[in-house]
Write a protein that binds this ligand. Structure first.
Ligand code: PMP
Length: 287
């Protein structure tokens, strides 16, 4: 069913309300001016993976947009757990969102209320390992990640997802699963909802997260690789280098670790390092 017509409960400004009643007014600042930030998390066996890190990033994203979420990290963590329980979900996607409300309707909205909601819904892992190891196909997006001097590139801000949705739709229409976005200088950045890694000569290579979302999964993968003794190199990666890289995978809360077989004209063979990190990530989230 559509997302506004489901059963269950949504946490809304401090209380659980029936799912269908969790509404906002059309004259909400967050809708008109993009004063909105969100998170995307997953619960495995009833436990949210890195809940605290997500709550911290949620509050930080809001600060970057010049507003403060009126709940502490501890309160947010407890609210997420309460929402999971109320909906009787163990394996679930978790979506906190915060936005400026309807008190003021102009660019300036200093005194608007900051609203916070948390919804959870069933979202199983996208693929089994056999399907995953075939690898997905990525297009190269027309839009680039904005210069951090042009937009708050590091925040998980709703407004930044405009270019992600456009890029993802165009990629899907052209027969690709997703789009790889370059940064404002033309270097490889990230996908529309996931970070990207490459393998060459036994080492992991990934772009420096200075103008795109530094994913919690990205940081987890870096730690898991290092724990295996795999060298991790964060560096500038130009698209014409893709021909010389051997394996590629994307990672994020939704995508988990998903190998890539093609990026535009470049081909990759999902291999041993991708497989090892899929398995390590699976163990980490289920620990
Ligand atoms: N980049 C973008 C644009 C995303 O939307 C996401 C998903 N939140 C990621 C990267 C990966 O972040 P995380 O690992 O924290 O889910």
């Amino acid at each position: 069913p559509p997302f506004d017509q489901r059963d269950g409960f949504i946490w809304y400004n401090g209380a659980l309300v029936p799912w269908r009643d969790a509404k906002l007014h059309v004259l909400s600042h967050g809708l008109h001016y993009g004063s909105c930030v969100f998170e995307g998390e997953r619960a495995y066996n009833g436990k949210i993976f890195k809940s605290r890190e997500h709550s911290e990033r949620f509050r930080r994203s809001a600060e970057i947009l010049d507003f403060e979420i009126p709940f502490s990290v501890e309160e947010l963590d407890a609210a997420k757990d309460a929402t999971l329980k109320a909906n009787k979900l163990l394996n679930s996607y978790v979506r906190p969102v915060a936005w400026r409300g309807s008190e003021m309707m102009a660019v300036a909205a200093q005194h608007s209320t900051i609203n916070v909601a948390i919804a959870v819904w069933d979202w199983p892992s996208m693929f089994d390992i056999a399907t995953k190891m075939k690898g997905i196909k990525l297009d190269i997006a027309e839009y680039r990640r904005p210069d951090p001097q042009t937009a708050p590139s590091m925040a998980k801000a709703a407004g930044l997802y405009m270019i992600c949705t456009i890029s993802k739709h165009r990629a899907e229409r052209r027969g690709y699963a997703d789009a790889l976005m370059l940064d404002w200088q033309g270097r490889v950045a990230e996908c529309t909802g996931a970070n990207v890694f490459f393998v060459k000569d036994g080492a992991l290579h990934t772009p420096i997260a200075d103008c795109f979302l530094d994913g919690i999964t990205r940081r987890t993968v870096i730690d898991l690789a290092k724990a295996r003794g795999i060298e991790v190199i964060e560096r500038r990666i130009m698209p014409d280098e893709l021909a010389s890289l051997e394996e590629c995978f994307i990672c994020g809360t939704g995508a988990e670790v998903t190998p890539v077989a093609e990026i535009g004209p470049y081909k990759f063979v999902p291999g041993a390092i991708s497989r090892a990190l899929i398995e390590d990530y699976d163990k980490a989230v289920n620990a």
